[in-house]
Design a binder for this molecule. Structure first.
Ligand code: N01
Length: 545
């Protein structure tokens, strides 16, 4: 009998967590450490979240592995040996499985189970969660650890149902792998997933045709194997590194050059960009100067540099011109990090179709039609992205006080306080939710911070005899305004991107992540120091009365 709530409701679990990716696994670990009876529901058949589903050839993290890893247990980070600077998907999935085994998480993970709905029961002050196996469970705390890029964006093209070849999604890649030998492949989408998979598919297929709607900026990752000495050097200063990344706006060590791009001569600027391109590579490139994401004029200098690089790499000037984002803003859409992407367009078996002016018209049984031309394909790979940040949250039919659906509350865009909670949905927590830094950071650090915040909060509630926590309306409204104000100081809102939801037809255009992990961490600390300022905490005794 669980008699902790004001009306002595007995719940099946203290907490239900949705998702067994890195967020859900760590949340489970923390709550179990606090003695809470917790169950995690996961729709997949294994742990790993993003890294469970995105098994396309070339899938690799764009954050350095020594940083893209848990920091809650020094023994874990000392014993694990990452093989490469940026590890590939199989290695990251291996790590997720290692963590699940090492901390005996599987005992409380329920796989192959999709959560359909969650309803707050005001008469009993608990959540009722319904799963696709026809069962219902109740819990005091309901935590969505469903990831930010977990629901695919699947554009509808006329005739797609008549296509007779294989239809593949990078975000749901067959576990047994795909052999493209001797096949003509059409790839739609040139974001990170398309850019990473292009060189691998091209190396195997008879022919690859890439259908590009918007040219994208990409920087060579400069991936390399990590030596024992490399790993040991980081391990020796792990504490210091983890502390440092917590103090950074993007929660990672980008080796920021703290100078404006406009404060140096054109020659010096080019020298610095060349050094970053050749030696650092990847997302570090954008730390070449401190104002590239804040000043459009500064950003133009880096855009011109990358456009020139593309022209230098791609032999065919017409192809290079299609691939080069001439008027683009670097980093406005997330910068891509590649290995031999632009070089791949020099291969004889790779062609490029510009669908920016003439969109894909239709599919036939064996081809893709654009502008009256027919491109024969045996397989189609959709690398068309995700319904980011809100897709998975709204994929569950969540109903709060007065039966209000979250889908209704967020119909004009997500509204949260600190990306953690939303008014009207007590004891519902989001990990890396909209309004938190999440996708603009090293996700592992954001997950660490959110899980610790939520588990510390739950400990506080339990110890203080509090039954419910929920944000106050003015705090939520002020936070949503603040998220927008900060975004408006940057170049992020100046293009169409999944940060704004503008990649999904019909989705409300709202900038969803919060820019500035370090300021966010300070804000969270301040909120706690002020007795959970902006939240309403309902004590058990008061409720019983
Ligand atoms: O998706 P995207 P993604 N007709 O949305 C195109 C993370 N990630 O899966 O730009 C034709 O970036 C669309 O065109 P446009 C990372 O955060 C990380 O590649 O909308 N094309 C675009 O080119 C990343 O940012 C890693 O005009 C259509 C593409 O599809 C995020 O996931 C690896 C279309 C979608 O690009 C998403 O990346 C992979 C249509 N109707 C992913 N609809 C690493 O760690 C869409 N497109 C490295």
């Amino acid at each position: 009998m669980d008699d902790r709530s004001p009306i002595s409701v007995k719940t099946d679990f203290d907490a239900i967590v949705v998702g067994a990716g890195f967020a859900g696994m760590f949340m489970l670990h923390r709550l179990r450490q606090q003695g809470l009876k917790t169950r995690v529901f996961e729709r997949g058949s294994g742990v790993g979240g993003t890294w469970f589903w995105n098994r396309y050839p070339g899938a690799r993290c764009d954050t350095e592995s020594m940083e893209y890893s848990y920091q809650f247990d020094d023994a874990l980070q000392q014993e694990w040996n990452w093989p490469e600077r940026y590890s590939a998907q199989p290695e990251i999935l291996k790590y997720a499985n290692h963590v699940a085994d090492r901390y005996d998480l599987r005992a409380d993970l329920q796989f192959n189970t999709k959560v359909l709905s969650a309803t707050f029961d005001e008469s009993r002050n608990c959540w009722t969660i319904e799963t696709d196996d026809g069962k219902q469970v109740t819990a005091h705390y309901f935590i969505m650890a469903t990831g930010t890029l977990s629901i695919a964006n699947k554009p509808q093209f006329p005739g797609v149902e008549s296509f007779k070849g294989r239809v593949l999604y990078t975000s749901d890649w067959p576990h047994e792998g795909v052999d493209f030998t001797g096949r003509k492949v059409g790839l739609i989408g040139t974001g990170s997933s398309g850019i990473q998979s292009t060189p691998h598919i091209a190396a195997q297929a008879d022919h690859l045709t890439v259908f590009q709607r918007t040219p994208n900026f990409s920087v060579p990752a400069r991936n390399r194997p990590l030596s024992e000495a490399d790993r040991n050097a980081t391990k020796a200063r792990y504490g210091e590194l983890r502390k440092f990344t917590y103090e950074q706006p993007f929660a990672t060590d980008f080796h920021l050059n703290d100078q404006s791009a406009l404060s140096v001569s054109p020659e010096e600027r080019k020298r610095i960009y060349e050094e970053r391109w050749n030696e650092h590579g990847g997302l570090h490139f954008m730390a070449a100067f401190n104002d590239l994401m804040f000043n459009s004029e500064a950003n133009k200098t880096v855009a011109e540099f990358i456009v020139d690089k593309i022209h230098g790499i791609v032999n065919d000037p017409d192809k290079a011109e299609i691939l080069a984002p001439r008027n683009g803003v670097v980093g406005c859409k997330r910068l891509c990090s590649d290995t031999d992407y632009f070089e791949t367009f020099n291969r004889d078996n790779v062609s490029l179709v510009d669908v920016s002016k003439q969109p894909i018209e239709s599919f036939t049984a064996s081809s893709i039609k654009v502008g009256g031309n027919e491109y024969p394909v045996d397989d189609i790979v959709f690398a068309t992205g995700f319904d980011a940040m809100t897709g998975a949250l709204l994929g569950v039919d969540i109903k709060g006080r007065n039966g209000q659906p979250l889908r209704e509350k967020w119909s004009a865009g997500p509204r949260t306080y600190l990306g953690l909670q939303t008014v009207g949905f007590p004891n519902l927590f989001f990990i890396s939710g909209p309004g938190s830094p999440s996708v603009l950071t090293n996700m592992m650090v954001s997950i660490d911070q959110h899980v610790n915040f939520i588990s510390d909060t739950i400990r506080h509630l339990e110890q203080a005899g509090v039954a419910l926590i929920e944000p106050q309306q003015p705090a939520e409204d002020a936070w949503v305004d603040h998220v927008n104000e900060v975004a408006d100081l940057t170049v992020y809102p100046t293009c169409n991107s999944w940060y704004l939801g503008s990649n999904v037809p019909g989705k409300t255009r709202v900038f969803m992540p919060y820019v500035g992990f370090n300021t966010y961490v300070d804000k969270c600390k301040d909120v706690v120091a002020k007795g959970y300022e902006g939240f309403t905490l309902v004590r058990r005794a008061a409720e019983t009365a």
